[in-house]
Design a binder for this molecule. Structure first.
Ligand code: DCP
Ligand code: MG
Ligand code: MG
Length: 344
């Protein structure tokens, strides 16, 4: 039997902005791209709960957010500040268990199995963690505690904002029953849509499906859905990130020497790699460009930066320099291009 705690900061970027500018409090605040009076491109990173009342959400086009609430305060993303605050919060959290896993800037798991005798004790630890983060950082978070990561994470979601929720093993079914299937990590909008088409919206309905039916509908993923709908999750809390590098390579449709085609493909690779980086909330320090010519001769060049970064402009600039260096020397048509980043 395990006891897992999950916490997630409330409206993280926007809450930090409120803390830094107390006179903003009570107003709708949107952090993200410049709305340029409704003509801006880019998206909402997050917004506070006042802004959420207007239907604004993370990932929404900033122009749409502007039309929903033009009077909101639109603020640029001050990533350095949020990262610094995040590090401080994680330092606090790590004191509560030697077994921790940071999931993103504002979210982590702590395995309390060897720390707390039971869920009552775990709840006390959760309260202390919330209080310490609030005392030291003047920021609220939500905490979920459960017998595994899946249940702990959903409990946090249901505790939001500024709450704490404990779900014990014996309470799993009652807890999950009334929730929408889409709250389950692993059930995205597409899977949910397929389920809705056969009249399944809530988890108690999902649980009535046989495993064979789920397999027939979703293949291998169906087995996983069978388990998560019952709150079964065996994933351990992992203290160290295992990802050491991320990358992408593509074989061109035809071997070519045309710089326009080469760079067009290269930009596509860069965008794909960058979105992996952001998705996993990683930083890169070394960039490697891989080149293979029509005779399968393979060359790679890399460059290490002074400091880890998440900046796309740095990636683009440095990767293109490396590619140019290779292209100046290699005269044969290109067959394959790739980019790999060493990350942390
Ligand atoms: N973020 C982002 N783009 C997204 C989602 C999130 O830039 N599409 C950033 C801004 C968030 C932070 O990551 O503040 C944490 O994401 P969360 O999903 O935890 O969302 P919030 O903390 O903003 O709100 P909540 O209270 O729902 O956790
Ligand atoms: Mg959050
Ligand atoms: Mg989060």
């Amino acid at each position: 039997m395990r006891i897992i705690l999950h916490f997630d900061m409330d409206y993280f970027f926007a809450q930090i902005e409120e803390r830094e500018n107390p006179h903003f409090k009570g107003k709708p605040i949107i952090v993200g791209a410049d709305p340029k009076r409704g003509k801006g491109r880019g998206v909402v990173a997050t917004c506070n709960y006042e802004a959420r009342k207007y239907g604004i959400k993370s990932g929404m086009p900033i122009s749409q957010a502007y039309s929903l609430c033009p009077q909101a305060l639109f603020l640029p993303v001050n990533f350095e500040l949020y990262e610094k605050v995040s590090n401080q919060i994680m330092e606090i959290a790590k004191k509560y268990s030697p077994l921790w896993e940071i999931v993103s800037l504002d979210e982590a798991y702590l395995d309390l199995t060897s720390i707390a005798k039971n869920f009552t004790e775990a709840q006390e630890i959760g309260k202390r963690l919330k209080n310490e983060i609030f005392e030291k950082e003047k920021l609220t978070c939500s905490v979920g505690i459960g017998p595994n990561k899946l249940i702990a994470k959903i409990a946090t979601e249901k505790a939001k904002p500024n709450g704490l929720l404990v779900v014990q093993e014996k309470e799993i079914n009652d807890f999950l029953d009334p929730l929408d299937v889409e709250i389950l990590p692993g059930i995205g909008p597409k899977t949910a849509q397929k389920l809705r088409e056969i009249g399944i919206n809530k988890i108690f309905q999902l649980r009535k499906l046989r495993k064979s039916k789920l397999k027939e509908m979703f293949g291998k993923v169906g087995e996983r859905i069978f388990e998560i709908s019952r709150g079964i999750d065996r994933e351990p809390v992992r203290s160290r990130r295992i990802i050491k590098s991320i990358g992408k390579q593509i074989t061109l449709e035809k071997d070519t020497k045309n710089p326009e085609i080469i760079f067009q493909n290269f930009e596509e690779i860069l965008e794909k790699v960058y979105s992996q980086l952001i998705e996993k909330d990683l930083y890169f320090k070394t960039i490697r460009v891989i080149f293979r010519d029509k005779n399968f001769k393979t060359i790679s060049k890399s460059r290490a930066l002074n400091k880890r970064t998440q900046d796309f402009r740095v990636l683009e600039r440095e990767a293109k320099k490396l590619l140019l260096k290779i292209l100046l020397k290699e005269k044969n048509p290109v067959r394959l291009l790739g980019v790999r980043l060493e990350v942390s």
